[in-house]
Write a protein that binds this ligand. Structure first.
Ligand SMILES: [Zn+2]
Ligand SMILES: [Zn+2]
Length: 349
């Protein structure tokens, strides 16, 4: 006999999407379940049940055979087989270490929605962050010149800020407790170290991550100058994935950028800019030697998921494991701080 399940079909499909993303499975598989969730979301319980009974679920655009099986089981009040299998495969702890530190993380400062190169709408990212128990999630879509990632122009960013307000309003009226979706950006650090967004827009945000995405193979002296200028910029709060390296994964590998790490991290200390510990498994950035150097120089850190899909928000485990192994004092990790302290720090630039 199948185990009892009372979450309903939409929750079952969302959970399957989450677990596939968390387990780093191919995005096309995830899409099928997320599309099916979106397809049945507007339908009443009776309508869904009627379609299960007469076998017409797959007539709905976006609902395939495997999603239909999940929906049918959930409607019958049984744990869908696919969900049970994925809980077993991808539902357990992601790391052996870092658990105590992961417990202390109250939020995440780096994430993307489908407004730039993420795969899910803003509200789905926010719901999932809330379900993970975060107090805050910073939405940090890309800046205009990163065209390949559909970076946001001034106009689109302005519009996005209105959407973030609306999502927060919706969540607080729904009794979501204290969760807040914060306004942010992952702004490109241009070749000369300036930032790829207007000061006026940057000033409207709660927090700003700045990252190098182009000319990663620049000469070390030029790259050092470029990064030092950016992290000294009073508007920058977090230096994203500092070396740009890729150690594994579908995009192939990429060597780390060359720069004077001591100069860059010292400038981070002076500029009160946190060094990001990017939790994505293909990044693991900074490399351990640089992480330890930043620790010894007295840097602040943020452990970020850099999630491009809801399930990837759980990647924080990976960064927590690395930070704990490097013996970094949790109070120097800005996302262990309560929201008010974080916001004050981020605005004091
Ligand atoms: Zn980036
Ligand atoms: Zn990013």
């Amino acid at each position: 006999m199948a185990e009892a399940y009372d979450g309903g079909p939409v929750a079952a499909l969302r959970r399957i999407g989450f677990l596939l993303e968390r387990g780093r499975e191919d995005t096309f598989k995830v899409k099928a379940f997320r599309n099916a969730a979106a397809a049945i979301l507007p339908l009443s319980e009776d309508e869904v049940r009627a379609r299960v009974d007469d076998g017409t679920l797959t007539k709905l655009p976006g609902v395939g055979a495997s999603s239909a099986k999940v929906i049918a089981a959930a409607v019958r009040g049984e744990v869908p087989e696919r969900l049970a299998g994925l809980e077993e495969e991808h539902g357990g702890p992601l790391t052996e270490g870092g658990h105590a530190l992961r417990e202390r993380l109250r939020g995440d400062l780096h994430s993307h929605s489908d407004w730039s190169d993420g795969g899910s709408p803003i509200e789905e990212m926010a719901f999932t962050a809330m379900e993970l128990g975060h107090d805050y999630q910073v939405l940090t879509d890309h800046s205009p010149r990163l065209r390949i990632a559909n970076g946001l122009s001034v106009e689109r960013l302005r519009k996005q800020l209105g959407v973030v307000d609306a999502v927060n309003q919706h969540l607080s009226s729904g009794g979501a407790g204290d969760f807040t979706l914060l306004k942010g950006i992952e702004v490109d650090i241009l070749d000369d170290g300036s930032l790829d967004q207007t000061d006026e827009m940057l000033d409207q945000l709660d927090l700003r991550v700045a990252s190098v995405h182009s000319k990663l193979a620049m000469d070390a002296p030029d790259m050092t100058k470029r990064m030092v200028a950016a992290v000294r910029n009073p508007r920058v709060n977090v230096l994203g994935h500092c070396t740009g390296r890729l150690v594994t994964g579908g995009r192939g590998t990429r060597k780390q950028s060359q720069f004077d790490a001591k100069a860059v991290f010292s400038a981070c200390v002076e500029g009160d800019t946190a060094v990001e510990i990017n939790s994505r498994p293909e990044r693991r950035d900074p490399p351990t030697a640089l992480l330890e150097l930043a620790r010894d120089l007295g840097c602040l850190f943020s452990i970020d998921s850099d999630a491009h899909a809801p399930g990837q928000l759980d990647f924080l485990w990976y960064g927590a494991e690395r930070a704990e192994a490097a013996g970094i004092d949790p109070d120097r990790i800005v996302n262990t701080w309560p929201k008010d302290r974080l916001l004050e720090w981020a605005s004091n630039h």
